[in-house]
Design a protein around this ligand. Sequence first.
Ligand code: AMP
Length: 219
Amino acid sequence: MNLILLGAPGAGKGTQGKTLSETYKIPQISTGDILRANVRSKTQLGVKAKEFMDKGALVPDGVVVNMVVDRIRQDDCVNGFILDGFPRNLNQAAVLESTLREMGKKIDLAIGIDVERKELVRRLSGRRVCRKCGASYHVIFNTPVNIGMCDKCGSEIYQRDDDKEETIEARLKVYEQETLPLIEYYGGKGLYKSIDGIGSVDKITKDIMDAIAKGSSNS
Ligand code: AMP
């Protein structure tokens, strides 16, 4: 099963992707996480990507596409994968499609997690994440038991640079201009399913799993 999680920054793709990955035992491929790991270890790719990420802009397609293609060619993707944060524009979607075709694979479903703008800003501006395991918290709505420390692994939690107010607006604008057209792209192929992203994490997971079950019974 090859899945795409679509949705604006803050919609919950990372959180849902993690659970789905554990449930279906297929890897979650988060381009944001891969890029941040490269920024942390100051690789050539990371140094280049950081300029764009700090502004809330997309990292150039050439960089990101190669990164994803290398990743989906790895052995652990043979039974499927969950793309979280990729594709982010029509060009990335087209390259993904042709790469998968060459590999004899295809996208089975693109799930859009729907959250209104005001709620996205509220979530992103208060978001804190664990440096080590990536678990997500919120300063008001989902605080860790011990301030500044991850409940799951005990590591430090921090605010992503691009979750600062000035960058959030830029990221949402990029999403609306570049990423939203993917709804029509996958909708036109009969592969798009929208899920309400407001409500409990468990309820949203259930809705996504229902959509996957329905999708696979149709194919
Ligand atoms: P995310 O963690 O998905 O919100 O991504 C954080 C940042 O990484 C984005 O604002 C972009 O700068 C960059 N990024 C992640 N995925 C992509 C992608 N598919 N294409 C271009 N840039 C990306």
